[in-house]
Write a protein that binds this ligand. Sequence first.
Ligand code: GFB
Length: 310
Amino acid sequence: MQLNSKIFIAGYRGMVGSAISRLLRKQGYSSLLERTSAELDLRNQQHTERFFNENKPDYVFLAAAKVGGILANKNFPADFLYDNIMIESNVISAAYKYSVKKLLFLGSSCIYPKFAKQPIKEEYLLTGELEPTNDAYAIAKIAGIKLCQAYYDQFGKNFISVMPTNLYGIGDNYHPEHSHVLPALIRKVHEAKINNNKSVIIWGTGKPLREFLFADDLADACLFLMKNYNEREIINIGSGQEYSITDLAEIVKSIVGFKGEIIYDLTKPDGTPRKLLDSSRLNGLGWNPSTELKEGIKLAYADFLKNVKL
Ligand code: GFB
């Protein structure tokens, strides 16, 4: 990838896309193609093809997606399945048709079986049943992986797929119901503090284990893989550290400065019990994350305080 290569960051306003965009700018890439979803609806094949025809990107980071936490996934399966399948199909097929040199597709750790052996290796894909709270999203992401592999096999296209673990960071979604756990906890604990509440309610039992990666570290891994990885096999991107949801809530409490107790809402789902990626393939290529969880949460909380209106 040259500094003047035309690089399309699909989803550049999302948490992941904006982290990729920031990194590329910082490193001197000067021909970034960025469109809001209002300017270019990637669910629309005609619009997507017109964009590729007019702009002829050399490289594509496919970070555009309909995303959300456990409840959004559970409550809006049609949106998660339809929107994501359309975006992937349109972008990946247009990338083939308009001769994109390389495409990097962002999947998700929820593509793996609910009860996969831990840590989860790439080859465990499709070896067991999916977690029902997010199977629509997972099926869409699996379709995206398969599509990249199909273009790789049938047409020799260098379309690679990367599987990030649970993410958080700058520009996250802090919606009270639809967000992922970390932004949700930052918001809830902050609100509990400013309202002088005695407690904060979190969902489920607090026992599920999750691994977290700062979005800027993910962006760094994506750029590294865009430069160094040309295989059809998917590749995991994780931090290697896992925390229970209760431990996570305690960390957020200490960073926000809230001393109240945690109450568990057992009417809400736990989701998969554990989801730790085996990232040894990526680590073996020479990439490791650099942001510790506490440091990352401090950065995310500062961003929340600056940019989120309650
Ligand atoms: O991050 P999260 O929504 O998604 O939830 P998943 C992780 C865990 O945190 C679950 C608990 O056990 C939740 O019950 N939790 C506790 C909360 N309090 C809260 C809260 O206030 N909000 C939220 N959201 N969770 C996602 C998938 O699964 O994983 C996505 O739904 C995506 O599709 C992502 O693949 C990587 O980790 O369970």
